[in-house]
Write a protein that binds this ligand. Sequence first.
Ligand code: GLN
Length: 561
Amino acid sequence: MFVPLCFYSYCTRIPHKGYIIMAAKAKKTKYIFITGGVLSSLGKGITSASLGLLLKERGLSVTIMKFDPYINVDPGTMNPYQHGEVYVTDDGAETDLDLGHYERFVQAPVTRQNSVSTGQIYFEVIQRERQGKYLGKTVQVVPHITDEIKRRMTTYDKKFDVVLIELGGTVGDIESMPFLEAARQLGLELGRTNALFIHLTYVPFIKSAGEVKTKPTQHSVRMLMEYGIQPDILVCRCEEELEKDVKNKIALFCNVEEDSVVLALDAETIYEVPILYAKAKLDDAVVRKLNIQRTSKPTLTEWSKFVQRVKKPKNQVTIGFVGKYVQLQDAYKSILEALSHAGAVNNTRVHVKYIDSEKITSHEEAVAALADTHGIIVAPGFGSRGIEGKIWAIQHVRENGIPFFGICLGMQCAVIEFARNVCGLANANSGEFKKVKNNVIDLMPDQRGVTNKGGTMRLGSYPCVLKEGTKAFESYKSQIIRERHRHRYEFNNEFREELESNGLVISGVSPDARLVEMIELPNHPWFVGCQFHPEFKSVAVGGHPLFVHFIGASLAHQGKS
Ligand code: GLN
């Protein structure tokens, strides 16, 4: 990989995590806007993340921002059915799951400033209006809302070589109009070689006609042009290779150069997409149009090895995934991706068996549901639905030496199960579900009296001190770690002594030892719970130590069973 000499001077290497940009020197920032047309779910997030990776591999410093058109301030208050997973950043923002892809692919620093919603924009403008800052003017979408959008789009100006801006929604949606208008204005202000518009569109293959159709793309580009935006590059999602004459037709009708029509072929895994885009010369077109010089084609050496292991691993293991949104895999996006990263490290395909915790109401049902699994994950979550099923499942794996990994609520359920079935605290429960004498999990003191919902949990990255000689320590190989949190409840210290004296090991605590962050069982092949969300820090190449060791233990269990 070619790396400009000055590159390392503003980067620091984090073991297994690549280079993290620290204080970038002032630079001329290039902007890339990514819009979507025809329909949703074409992969704008993966396209942004993939292009980010390709540009980073060319030695450029990159960050990716997402602008979402909804009025919610952030997705933190939305139901997983509405929005999928809420992704948490180091600085404690509750954001769109696409930010997870950005971090997993690019390992670029992502903060709360990378995730912007219409709600945030209006909130800011209305507050300013109340403070009288508009000096008696009528406050309008143009220019006041669009100015605030532009201010946020340029947050990272001069700090990165390239800022990619993904605009949520589909062109033509009423909601996203102010974002498009702001992008248009900014494009004009920045000038041709400093701003680039990439439009992701759909080219369907129509079976009965036996050919692909370009009309939806033509319409979508026309709509974009109605907003005053002429796309520079068209990325065409299609299940077939695009013939040269089809590409030429799209170029002609959409007023782009022929080599700016780039195919986005369906891929076997999302991690193959950067490789396919490199082959389709997307990054070549980008650097050429933005007049970015002195970079060379990315090699993607480590990335390609990782993709090979994802596609053709030697082993296979089945992990039972016990949660309540099992019909909606987007709800647990980062966990599923972390499993696939850890699978690659272990040269193993991780087959996930989804188990609806609400359907487990007895020991027998737990045994039946967990049959053929070599390890289980008990998912994070909120509310009492499905809790007892999780506890039945945990009892079964604890008693039968099946690897267990409990994440956040999953750890809390493990503590409840241990209290009930090992310590004999029959009615043990979490204060979140039932106020009882033995609330072994209870509200954190600083959460008492909090009534506002948005952004009020214990959120973001906190340090944790690991106990030597534990599986946690063995996995991380480090005494101090930092992981991200999103919860209101915690292990109740009043029960610490009793649970420890019955054999529960507290393997990770906050630096002041007040908060229990990790638990495990010593006489079990792998029974580990964490109050934080390790899945948010799992990166594609290398994975996350807890997931890697959990999959390793599940493989070992498979060998025995
Ligand atoms: N509902 C639990 C709490 O608030 C767990 C949250 C989670 O799993 N993210 O503490």
